[in-house]
Ligand binder design. Structure first.
Ligand code: AMP
Length: 280
């Protein structure tokens, strides 16, 4: 596995593969890799001859009071894991490489509509940062396929819209959410949880499952949402949102809708923010 830090080295490696007619799949990450990330690598591997991963903790997608500084960074462990996952090239850019004119003066991209609600409301500017870094990374790597996780469903929708609206020549592949044995969606942020919080955390996924059951039993969706939010609050969560939405575009739905639904949730345990979603 080659490890490169500059766009020039990245371009040179990808160009050499292209001359041999090889296809390139790309997995962007913020590092501190876990089995969720490696499942994306596996999908990438299955689709193309060559796999590129990136590890970059993107400052522009963190709010001023968020965890950018303390976000877990484990470069050596990640390199070993990526090597074992048969990654061909790891792109590990610096902030200066990604934002040559600085983050404050960076050309940005804004995806409207999808970014206003849910995580967009709870984390103002977050999806502008995501869209901006994803556009840069796709432009740098120029992959045939880029793999994203359904764990971050709203992010996936933002990326799909970005690619469709700007006619970017890349196919977006969505990977299912990988979970711990107790149902907790794998996340680099889970390690912030203390033992008591870790025990409480799987309740978020269990609530989503019982909401799905209640919806399929014909319950009023608004009522199911408020019952779930109350149950999570009782267990010690601070709920940002827990909502039924239309699967296709995350639009709001009437309380009687039963088809093509997803349920999305974000809730904090202490200072740790957990997100999850399931299809109905
Ligand atoms: P991150 O490093 O958190 O920015 O995530 C990088 C990619 O991995 C994103 O496309 C995420 O959606 C995906 N991902 C993170 N956690 C999981 C998980 N538990 N299951 C599947 N994909 C995931």
């Amino acid at each position: 596995m080659r490890v490169v830090k500059t766009v020039a080295e990245l371009r040179e490696a990808v160009a050499a593969w292209r001359r041999c007619g090889e296809r390139v799949a790309f997995v962007p990450t913020m590092g501190n890799l876990h089995a969720g990330h490696y499942s994306l690598l596996q999908r990438a591997r299955a689709q193309c001859e060559r796999v590129v991963a990136s590890v970059f903790v993107n400052p522009t997608q963190f709010g001023p009071n968020e965890d950018f500084a303390r976000y877990p960074r484990t470069p050596e462990q990640d390199r070993a894991g990526l090597l074992a996952a048969q990654c061909d090239l790891l792109f590990e850019p610096s902030v200066e490489q990604m934002y040559p004119y600085g983050t404050a003066a960076a050309v940005g991209v804004h995806v409207p509509v999808i970014t206003r609600e849910l995580d967009g409301a709870a984390r103002p500017g977050h999806f502008d940062g995501v869209a901006t870094v994803v556009l840069r990374l796709l432009n740098m790597v120029q992959p045939d396929v880029a793999v994203f996780g359904r764990k971050d469903l709203q992010q996936l929708m933002v990326v799909r819209r970005l690619v469709a609206d700007l006619a970017l020549p890349v196919q977006i592949d969505a990977a299912p959410t990988q979970r711990e044995a107790d149902g907790l969606a794998m996340s680099s942020r889970n390690q912030y949880l203390d033992p008591a919080q870790r025990e409480t955390a799987p309740l978020l996924h269990r609530q989503l499952q019982s909401m799905r059951g209640a919806a399929l039993d014909g319950g009023d969706l608004g009522r199911i949402e408020s019952d779930a939010a109350a149950a999570l609050a009782t267990a010690g969560f601070k709920v940002d949102y827990i909502e039924f939405r239309r699967a296709e575009d995350l639009a709001r739905v009437a309380a009687s809708t039963r088809s093509d639904l997803v349920i999305l949730a974000a809730a904090r345990l202490g200072t740790t923010r957990l997100i999850d979603n399931i299809d109905v």
